[in-house]
Design a protein around this ligand. Structure first.
Ligand code: FE2
Length: 352
């Protein structure tokens, strides 16, 4: 059999640019491949291609922009303490043209959280700093803490999706991003950069001891710089890391932190119904890819599925982009976690 070059001159345009090329290519191949000489097989191939194109269109055009506010209650405060509302945002991966996401993030200020936590990966474009800072303007006037991730330091680059299944694949970094400008914009408005820093703050009358590390995904974490028990005078201790790598979570747990917040996983980004995430893109197991879980006997972990994707992989399936409103309440350590993200009591509310 001789394979001839495909002639796509007569292909019809499709309104969905990303699924179009997949569908047309399969049609063209199906007309040439002998195995598709059977009308039944050819119809099956075309049906499969059409379903695939529809799935890609849904994942890239609809679910990727179907932002949702997830709510979870975590019993991490001391008995008798008033509750604390913490807004956890992560993985914005913002580009200047993403108006829908910018408008949605701007509306989060209506929640009036006591504390805002940003666990990194804000940028996906060298001119995206204003596109991150402007929607956050009102939230930046509230107490906030943050650490950065790889997509604050380096621009995204094309990546073979299959590499996510290989934990040891070689990392390729893009051009440097203006993380110093973003850091200045955050800190000038009062948010605390916890990168290898321990800071004590008081929010809504609750003394909080905090610490954070640089991104473990880039192997920049130096936990020894913040090691040690949290301030014993604090009523709550929070650790931050962009990527929830077990080596970092273990150290926070050993030091006795009450709560560790992370992002990075995108909740798996492409999930299967009834199965969940295929990969976590880090060392934690799939069951912890998003939402609340325990890490050790005392520490609670919360992983945000984040609000964005790499521009080179603009898809989400069964994994909506999210921000999380955590209500921290008093309770004994053995009190079970209630997290709507794990389906315990589904009551997700879409922020307008
Ligand atoms: Fe990310």
């Amino acid at each position: 059999m001789v394979w001839e070059p495909l002639d796509l001159r007569h292909a019809q345009p499709c309104p969905c640019a990303e699924s179009h090329s997949v569908f047309v290519t399969v049609v063209a191949y199906s007309e040439r491949m002998p195995v598709f000489s059977s009308p039944v097989l050819r119809r099956a191939a075309l049906g499969t291609a059409a379903a695939g194109a529809a799935g890609i269109g849904y994942a890239s055009l609809i679910e990727r922009n179907a932002f949702v506010l997830r709510e979870a209650t975590l019993p991490v405060l001391q008995p008798g303490s008033a509750s604390l509302r913490v807004l956890h945002i992560s993985d914005l991966h913002m580009t200047p043209g993403q108006r829908l996401k910018q408008a949605w993030v701007r509306e989060l200020a209506r929640l009036e959280p006591d504390l805002v936590v940003n666990t990194g990966d804000n940028l996906a474009h060298p001119r995206a700093v204003p596109s991150v800072v402007q929607p956050l303007t009102e939230l930046l006037s509230r107490p906030g803490i943050f650490v950065f991730g790889s997509n604050d330091y380096f621009a995204p680059v094309p990546k073979n999706p299959l590499k996510y299944f290989d934990k040891n694949h070689k990392r390729v970094h893009g051009a440097p991003l203006p993380w110093q400008d973003l850091r200045a914009a955050f800190t000038e408005r009062g948010w605390l950069d916890l990168t290898h820093v321990r800071r004590d703050l008081e929010v809504a009358g609750i003394k909080i001891s905090t610490a954070g590390v640089d991104d473990p995904h880039l192997k920049r974490d130096r936990y020894d710089t913040v090691a040690g028990s949290p301030n014993p005078l604090a009523e709550l201790s929070i650790g931050l890391t962009h990527s929830p790598e077990p080596r970092v979570l273990d150290r926070f747990a050993t030091d006795g932190y009450d709560l560790v917040l992370a992002g990075h996983t995108h909740g798996g980004q492409l999930c299967l119904p009834g199965f969940g995430a295929l990969v976590t893109n880090c060392g934690i197991d799939r069951s912890r890819v998003k939402g609340a879980s325990r890490w050790g006997a005392h520490t609670r972990l919360h992983v945000s599925a984040g609000l964005g994707t790499s521009p080179w992989a603009p898809y989400r399936f069964c994994c909506r982009p999210e921000a999380t409103l955590l209500t921290l309440v008093a309770g004994p350590p053995e009190r079970p976690i209630t997290d709507t993200g794990h389906g315990v009591s589904e009551s997700e509310a879409v922020a307008r």
